[in-house]
Design a protein around this ligand. Structure first.
Ligand code: NDP
Length: 281
């Protein structure tokens, strides 16, 4: 498995996304757990979840899988709701997440998106959890460049380790200023929804993708994931509930592009030319 530097550590090139898992019947749960185990057994060492996902069901499923692994080998990321972003509610949410995940610490704890609580209060609460040893580090999600600048202006705001935003070939907005800003300030980036979440509503699959996938003898999904990973400078967290798809996603890590192929894709899915509104799912 190829690796990247993420959160100041050597990390697998892809992590495991877990939105919508743990919410179905027994058969689906077994499939989801098998897919997660397959990923972990083949070198993935990051899992992304949130208290929001199935209102804790995703975290519960992950806790059941992680019982069979060495906790320290895996970077576990969870997120709290913006309306739990005060110091008191952060602590309550975190303790509930830790219980569901059957662990005593998180590697990263993220504010899921911005809400009404001042960032200074949220950062104070997160730093308290670091000091208590309940989280190693913290970060944010769905922040644009101006949000990040504001975060850096509050006390201890520069201790933010990561920002997680939407990133796929059809949603490239973060390339304009978020990614360069994060690189300059040494904050790792996680790109979510590499397939556009449902593969249709948000991300339009154009014939150039199907044609190129056929030429390269890969699937369109593999092409989409490989495209996100092409610069080896960010973590992508595809979600799958199938061993077959997990295997396919692991193989996509090794797909390379020629300069001509990338230029052709840029023609149909252009780079951002100005700073637009942050895209979210
Ligand atoms: P993805 O873009 O990862 O797409 C998931 C869909 O792709 C599922 O329908 C899955 O189906 C399908 N899929 C996965 N692999 C393959 C494959 N190889 N071939 C065919 N189909 C495939 O969507 P998500 O929105 O789930 O994003 C990934 C993760 O990012 C989330 O799970 C979550 O952890 C995080 N996220 C974070 C957000 C935030 O606000 N911070 C917002 C949204 C997502 P199947 O299960 O059948 O394989």
């Amino acid at each position: 498995m190829k690796s990247i530097t993420f959160n100041h550590q050597n990390t697998s090139a892809i992590g495991i996304g877990t939105w919508h898992i743990g919410e179905g019947n027994n058969v689906r749960t077994e499939d989801e757990m098998a897919a997660m185990r397959f990923g972990l057994d083949h070198g993935i060492n990051v899992i992304d979840t949130a208290e929001m996902y199935g209102e804790g069901k995703s975290e519960t499923l992950i806790g059941n899988v992680l019982k069979d692994y060495h906790r320290n080998d895996i970077q576990l990321i969870s997120k709290f709701y913006p309306y739990h972003a005060t110091p008191k509610l952060i602590e309550e949410s975190l303790k509930a997440s830790l219980k569901r995940l059957q662990t005593d610490y998180l590697d990263l704890y993220l504010l899921h998106w911005r809400g009404k609580t001042p960032l200074s209060e949220t950062v104070f609460g997160l730093e308290k959890m670091v000091k208590a040893g309940l989280i190693r580090n913290w970060g944010v999600s769905n922040f644009d460049r101006s949000d990040l600048e504001e975060l850096f202006s509050v006390t201890d705001g520069e201790n933010c380790r990561i920002n997680e935003d939407l990133y796929n070939i059809g949603s490239r907005g973060i390339e304009y200023s978020v990614l360069p800003w994060q690189k300059k300030n040494h904050i790792s980036f996680i790109g979510y929804s590499p397939f556009g979440s449902d593969g249709g509503e948000y991300l339009k699959i154009k014939p150039v993708l199907t044609d190129m996938a056929q030429q390269k003898d890969v699937t369109v999904y593999q092409l989409l994931l490989a495209w996100v990973l092409k610069n080896h400078d960010l973590l992508s967290i595809p979600k799958t509930s199938s061993v077959e798809h997990m295997q396919s996603n692991l193989e996509a890590v090794d797909i390379d592009f020629t300069k001509d192929e990338l230029e052709l894709l840029d023609k149909y899915y252009p780079k951002p030319k100005h700073e637009g509104q942050l895209e979210v799912i």
